[in-house]
Design a protein around this ligand. Structure first.
Ligand SMILES: [Zn+2]
Length: 231
């Protein structure tokens, strides 16, 4: 790699070396080591489609996506998820894809919703309908006594409201899946409107308790550490 590459090719967000396809080959290998082999990874309470485990390079990549403005990481993760989906789904389902929204203030602060970057690229890959504004995150400030029973339920479920009604069952997209409480709150809102949640698509699943560890066997053994930087 010539010195000119350091000027012309954008740096790999994980190691700063020039990288033609977002990540350099070494970091790409590190990320693949955290990929999971099951699709879906879990089936209850809903099918969970995760690309990898939230650790190592993938954890670092998602951090850079969320807090260091590295939007292209979101698009790439969405692309990877989309090709997994295409590879494994037997028939084309007319699902609507909705990203988990950020609250308006957070969105203004960050400038973008990382889940929407993932879902956008996911839909470009799969051809599924994208409804990026389907759900909104609202502040639960309304007094319960002012609400009708339906609104109370929505207010209690906390964070979300449905902004436009999808015409088909929904796949929710998020960057990280931990306990599923965010998804549960969003699902309640969908269910109230009679919309079925058919699955959850995430870039990474946090590492579960040791008892479940064997379900998260990576596809490949851990690779050797990246080569030291050539100077
Ligand atoms: Zn790299």
């Amino acid at each position: 790699m010539g010195w000119l590459d350091w000027w012309l090719i954008p740096p790999c967000p994980l190691c700063q070396r020039p990288a033609k396809n977002v990540f350099c080959p070494d970091c790409q290998r590190r990320l693949q080591a955290d990929r999971v082999s099951s699709w879906p990874l879990e089936t209850t309470p809903w099918p969970l489609y995760a690309w990898g485990i939230h650790r190592g390079g993938l954890r670092q990549a998602i951090y850079k996506l969320k807090y260091e403005g590295q939007r292209r990481i979101g698009s790439l993760l969405g692309e990877w998820l989309g090709s997994c989906w295409r590879e494994h789904s037997q028939q084309r389902q007319p699902y609507t894809v909705i990203p988990i929204p950020l609250h308006r203030e957070r969105l203004q602060q960050r400038g973008y919703n990382q889940a929407a970057l993932i879902s956008q690229a996911f839909c470009e890959q799969t051809g599924l309908r994208h409804l990026p504004q389907g759900l909104v995150r609202v502040r639960a400030t309304a007094a319960q006594h002012e609400l009708n029973p339906l609104q109370r339920q929505q207010n209690l479920s906390g964070a979300f409201a449905l902004k436009s009604i999808p015409s088909t069952p929904v796949l929710l997209v998020d960057d990280i899946y931990t306990t599923g409480s965010t998804i549960r709150a969003a699902e309640q809102v969908l269910a109230t409107a009679g919309i079925r949640l058919v699955g959850v698509v995430v870039a990474a699943r946090t590492q579960p308790a040791a008892t479940q560890a064997q379900t998260l066997t990576p596809l490949w053994p851990t690779p050797p550490p990246p080569r030291p930087l050539q100077t």
